[in-house]
Design a binder for this molecule. Structure first.
Ligand SMILES: Nc1ncnc2c1ncn2[C@@H]1O[C@H](COP(=O)(O)OP(=O)(O)O)[C@@H](O)[C@H]1O
Ligand SMILES: [Mg+2]
Length: 284
């Protein structure tokens, strides 16, 4: 019995309406209740002195705790795929620097090692960092494909030794944000759904970028990243409120010093093991 994905979406669904700005609570002057986010897993801090491309789990010197955390996250995503047919995942967060690109690239590499064809798409056309994170040069990508300037096969690269197929952001023009937020991008990812086992979409931050939310409808589920000592709790609440009508796979606590994470005020109730999650052995 898979506890995680039976309980999590419904738990999230039950909780999110109480985050919505209901007219009653505002008028009566009650403070909106803070609801515990649907924590899914934690990803540890990696030595900040190493370059972005060496912060990948495929790097031989990657810390075992980092590899283990991404193996567990990949395992949970595979459960989501198996149980709900979800294989287009948008990695999103409230503000810049939360670790979307870090989590998207490491999750994609881990899934590619375990499960075959994985497409990693850089949907953050304004702040594209995926190519840097994977240590490959910038080239034409999503922006040009959506404009019809080049074909997908011209833009796609298989990145070794990581084994993922990469579609970089490319060079945006003034129309690119509208294309990403509109039906063309939805159709594009729909056509690719059966081509790849996984499509992992790196994305812009939800709160400052107006069109970031619209991109989520091209994905089956959203993985929300929150970073310890970086993401304000109010920003997590705001992001969850924005995502309330989208399926949420869960919230990943990034840069967690340890799995208890109990010292941080915003995550005071984050227990040794996140709620609604099962260990790998329980899930089997
Ligand atoms: N757990 C972590 N440990 C160490 N460095 C991290 C971690 N998560 C993110 N970083 C680093 O922090 C910076 C911002 O992360 P990034 O993934 O680019 O954020 P975002 O895509 O949300 O803007 C990058 O240099 C990234 O490598
Ligand atoms: Mg990024």
């Amino acid at each position: 019995m898979i506890r995680l994905f039976e309980s999590l979406p419904s738990a999230a669904a039950q909780r999110l309406p109480s985050l919505a700005s209901g007219p009653g609570s505002q008028r009566e002057g009650f403070e909106k209740p803070r609801v515990e986010p649907p924590w899914l897993s934690a990803v540890p801090s990696v030595d900040a002195a190493v370059s972005p491309e060496l912060r990948l789990v495929s790097c031989p010197s990657a810390p075992p705790a980092q590899m283990e955390s991404f193996r567990l996250l990949a395992h949970r995503m595979e459960s989501l795929r198996r149980d709900q047919g979800a294989n287009r995942l948008i990695v999103t967060s409230a503000v810049p620097g939360d670790g979307k690109t870090f989590v998207a690239s490491n999750l994609a590499v881990t899934l590619a090692r375990q499960a075959g064809a994985v497409l990693l798409v850089d949907g953050d056309v304004r702040g594209a960092h995926l190519e840097q994170a994977l240590g490959v040069p910038r080239q034409s990508g999503l922006a040009e494909v959506l404009r019809g300037d080049i074909t997908l096969s011209q833009a796609l690269r298989k990145v070794s030794p990581h084994g993922v197929f990469l579609l970089g952001a490319g060079d945006m023009d003034p129309h690119t944000p509208d294309l990403l937020a509109g039906p063309r991008f939805v159709d594009f990812l729909r056509e690719l759904k059966d081509v790849f086992r996984w499509i992992i979409l790196d994305s812009p931050p939800l709160l400052p970028v107006v069109d970031a939310l619209a991109m989520t409808k091209a994905a089956d589920a959203a993985l929300l990243i929150a970073r310890r000592d970086h993401t304000p709790r109010s920003a997590i609440d705001g992001a969850l409120r924005l995502l309330r009508s989208h399926p949420i796979a869960g919230v990943v606590l990034n840069d967690a010093e340890d799995r208890s994470a109990s010292s941080y005020y915003a995550y005071r109730s984050y227990p040794n093991r996140p709620p609604h999650t099962a260990t790998e052995s329980e899930e089997k």
